[in-house]
Structures are given as structure tokens and as C-alpha cells.
Design a protein around this ligand. Structure first.
Ligand SMILES: Nc1nc2c(ncn2[C@@H]2O[C@H](COP(=O)(O)OP(=O)(O)O)[C@@H](O)[C@H]2O)c(=O)[nH]1
Ligand SMILES: [Mg+2]
Length: 222
């Protein structure tokens, strides 16, 4: 691949410059994750909702996180070093029926333990497909995040898709309406498309704002 293809292919502007985005490693347990001291932003959501694609879109590196046509492929906690100052973490998805039940439970436990125990977790993005009406499994997961006291924001994905009979605005409104039964105020939310780049600058600006708000290391010397 030409070096220029690794730079920002998307023309959307943000004050957040990503000059480094590098896969670190995959881990199967929270205890194995590295003690970097830098803040982490984790991506959660149903299998195939677009977690890995969003990581690639945000970083402007197409092949950074593995995107798969087969759901249920990411079965590890994947760490990406951004600018030597923060991390993006790609988590296994939930709700994919073709992954055997026992394995699903193991993955759910892995995700839960990471989210509950990880002291350097700044925020979780919970991804929801804008093209489908609210699903119980997603609403339950949002409520679990609350129970675990994990700060989170929602990203409604695949907004570029057009299908007759699908009303994204209605789906999003219905999801937020369902959440408002247990949340006041609602968590921040974004609309994204990895095809058009929609949502990129908003999400990066939000990450930047979050980074400025939380205490963290000021040097990577030790
Ligand atoms: N049209 C469209 N397809 C998307 C978008 N994001 C992801 N996809 C597709 O959805 C599938 C699953 O994406 P992936 O990132 O692997 O989902 P993950 O399992 O949540 O990591 C792939 O075929 C992607 O190309 C999007 O914004 N728009
Ligand atoms: Mg993935």
C-alpha cells in the first residue's frame, strides 16, 4: 500500500490530528491488558454493527482493525495505540447466534470484566445499527453499562444505507425514547457512516473533549 493511502483519506475536518494509529496486541482477559496509564475508549455493540469499521474510519487507516463479512470474528480485546497518548479498544460483539452459546457467555464475561475493572477506561462507545428498530439485547446492554457505572456514548451506525421501508430517523427516535425510560439525561449520541465519513469529526472532537476532562499521565517517559 502506498504511504499516502495510510494518511487521512477522508476530507472531514477535526482539530484532533491522528498522526499515529498502531495495533498493539490482542488480549483474552482484562488482567492481561497492558498497564499503559493512558486513557482508553472502547467500542461495544452487537456483532457486525460496525465496530471495527468505525475504528478504521476514525483513524483514517483502512486495514487497522479487521472488518469481516462473517459476524462474530473479533473474539479478543484488541488494543490500538493512538498518538502514544490514548487507546482505542475493539471489543468482541454480542448477540451473534452462530457463535456457540458457551463461547458467547465467555465473550460476554470477557467484555463485562474489561468494562467493570479497567481503571483506564475513559468511555465506551455503544454502537447501534440505525437501520433496525430497537432490539432488546441492545437496550439491555445499555442498561448494563449504567449498572456497571461505565460512562458511555451511543453511535448509530450505517446511516448511508438506504432500504425501502427502513426509517432510520424513526429507529433512532424509538431507541432514544426507550432509553429515556431509564436515563435522564440521555447519553451523548452520534450518527455515523464509514462510507461517507459522517460522524468522524464529531466523534473525534468528543474524544478530544473527554480527554481534556479526565486526569491522565502527561508524559510517556516511564
Ligand atoms: N454501508 C455500511 N456498511 C458498514 C458500515 N460500517 C460497517 N459496515 C459493514 O458491516 C459489516 C460489519 O462491519 P464490522 O466493522 O466488521 O463490524 P463489527 O463486527 O461490529 O466489528 C462489514 O461488512 C462492513 O463493511 C457503514 O457505516 N455503512
Ligand atoms: Mg469487529
Amino acid at each position: 500500500m502506498r504511504a499516502s493511502a495510510l494518511e487521512h483519506p477522508l476530507p472531514y475536518s477535526t482539530s484532533m490530528e491522528i498522526h499515529k494509529a498502531e495495533f498493539v496486541s490482542s488480549f483474552s482477559k482484562e488482567e492481561q491488558c497492558p498497564e499503559t496509564g493512558w486513557p482508553e475508549f472502547a467500542f461495544t455493540g452487537r456483532s457486525n454493527v460496525g465496530k471495527s469499521s468505525l475504528i478504521n474510519m476514525l483513524t483514517g487507516r483502512k486495514g487497522l482493525a479487521k472488518v469481516s463479512a462473517t459476524p462474530g470474528k473479533t473474539q479478543m480485546i484488541n488494543f490500538f495505540n493512538i498518538n502514544d497518548r490514548w487507546y482505542l479498544v475493539d471489543l468482541p460483539g454480542y448477540g451473534y447466534a452462530k457463535v456457540p452459546k458457551g463461547r458467547q457467555q465467555t465473550l460476554a464475561q470477557m467484555v463485562k470484566e474489561y468494562l467493570i475493572r479497567r481503571r483506564t477506561l475513559a468511555l465506551a462507545f455503544m454502537l447501534v445499527d440505525a437501520n433496525i428498530p430497537p432490539k432488546r439485547v441492545d437496550l439491555d446492554f445499555a442498561n448494563a453499562l449504567g449498572e456497571w457505572q461505565v460512562p458511555f456514548a451511543i453511535v448509530f451506525t450505517k446511516t448511508d444505507r438506504y432500504k425501502k421501508g427502513v426509517n432510520q430517523a424513526d429507529n433512532i427516535a424509538a431507541f432514544l425514547q426507550a432509553l429515556s425510560q431509564s436515563w435522564e439525561p440521555l447519553p451523548p449520541y452520534f450518527l455515523s457512516s464509514t462510507v461517507t465519513g459522517a460522524g468522524r469529526s464529531e466523534i473525534l472532537n468528543f474524544i478530544e473533549k473527554t480527554l481534556r476532562r479526565i486526569p491522565h499521565k502527561v508524559s510517556s517517559d516511564q
